[in-house]
Design a protein around this ligand. Structure first.
Ligand SMILES: Nc1ncnc2c1ncn2[C@@H]1O[C@H](COP(=O)(O)OP(=O)(O)OP(=O)(O)O)[C@@H](O)[C@H]1O
Ligand SMILES: [Mg+2]
Length: 354
């Protein structure tokens, strides 16, 4: 196990800078997820940590050691990619042992490492099979097994589940988390899927356009996004956003562009007359109240009811625990939990509410 530190790391390809000064602290044993939309620089950052990409400026440390100029093989890390090509002509056991065979480890040592790894991953009965005789999920586990037998200081994962179907993704997510709880190896995991990030991470780093948008625990990011980007990115269905401004005469109200007066508990730095975004999560609506919605679509999921509706000119989505009898075209009176409201400056995107 080792800590990992990025200090003001930059990356340029030719004259184009794609990472603009990224600083991240990862503690020993932590499971950190880098998440963000396609092209924001997640893989580039991971590849620099692995030593597969040159660092244009700044420092990367593993433990106390700056590794900028250290070749990949000396970094004591193991990486699992989305395309975890296994060697087709050798067995599962040999695939897992491959790095040890390259190091000319003894037969005994190989067995001592491969056996427990196979057990942890539920691969013991598959050790003699060839990759073509495995399901997608089993192949993915072999790829992880290959990383585990190396017993590295840090595991790196780059979208390891994106080739799997939805159901398998969910179960592999749990397996990887379980694995981390057993091995406690420092892990850096890249995904563009915010649900994967929320469910797996000790700490999430949200990236946007080559910068860190926010770092925090999953619930910190959910409960108190620092900016509009994180507010919109974390959470599904996404946070509803209404444009307007704080009421100049009443600190507890926000007035939307089309004249709706909505409640706020903690307006913070919100300035009346300055264009502001009112953010409210789908589950922060309650049935009954003085906010009038016009229903467009009702989606019962069984455990919850999702309602797509208009609040004035803005389309919002509400999630209720209750089932409702109203349908498209009907009015629905609701209230908004004022404690659950987020305000952002429309121009800078920065959080203004407390
Ligand atoms: N070898 C390269 N040469 C030039 N530009 C590159 C190179 N590799 C990546 N980039 C650019 O750097 C930016 C970040 O790419 P990166 O692969 O890190 O994104 P990502 O966040 O991993 O995206 P995705 O979710 O699609 O995998 C992109 O704009 C990409 O086009
Ligand atoms: Mg990528």
């Amino acid at each position: 196990m080792a800590s990992v530190t990025f200090r003001d790391v930059r990356k340029a390809f030719g004259t184009v800078e794609v990472l603009h000064g990224v600083s991240i602290d990862i503690d020993e044993g932590q499971f950190v997820v880098l998440v963000g939309p396609s092209g924001c620089g997640k893989s580039t950052l991971l590849r620099m940590l692995a030593g597969l990409e040159h660092v244009s400026a700044g420092e990367i440390l593993i433990g106390d050691r700056v590794v900028n100029d250290l070749p990949p093989k000396d970094r004591d890390i193991a990486m699992v990619f989305q395309n975890y090509a296994l060697y087709p002509h050798i067995t599962v056991a040999q695939n897992m042992a491959f790095s040890l065979m390259l190091k000319r480890a003894s037969k005994q040592e190989i067995e001592d490492r491969v056996k427990p790894a196979a057990e942890i991953l539920g691969l013991t009965h598959l050790l003699d099979r060839y990759p073509r005789q495995l399901s997608g999920g089993q192949r993915q586990r072999v790829a992880m097994g290959r990383a585990i037998v190396r017993d590295p200081q840090v595991f790196l994962f780059d979208e390891p589940l994106s080739n799997l179907d939805a159901k398998l993704r969910v179960s592999m997510r749990t397996e990887i988390k379980n694995l981390h709880q057993r091995l406690k190896t420092t892990t850096v995991y890249v995904t563009h899927d915010q649900i994967e990030a929320m469910t797996m991470a000790d700490k999430i780093v949200v990236m946007h356009d080559g910068r860190v948008a926010q770092v925090g625990t999953p619930l910190e990011l959910y409960d108190r996004p620092d900016n509009l980007f994180v507010a919109g990115f974390i959470g599904s269905p996404a946070m509803n956003m209404l444009t307007g401004a704080a009421d100049p005469d009443d600190r507890t109200r926000f007035v939307t562009g089309d004249g709706f007066r909505l409640p706020i508990a903690r307006p913070g730095k919100a300035a009346p007359g300055r264009e502001t975004i009112y953010g409210v999560r789908p589950e922060s609506f309650r049935i009954g109240g003085d906010v009038k919605l016009l229903i467009e679509v009702v989606e019962p999921t069984g455990s919850e009811t999702h309602v797509v509706a208009r609040l004035g000119a803005t389309e919002v989505i509400c999630v209720f625990r209750e089932r409702i009898t109203e349908g498209p075209g009907d009015q629905l009176m609701v209230s908004i939990d004022p404690e659950a409201v987020h305000l952002f400056d429309a121009q800078t995107g920065a959080r203004v509410s407390d």
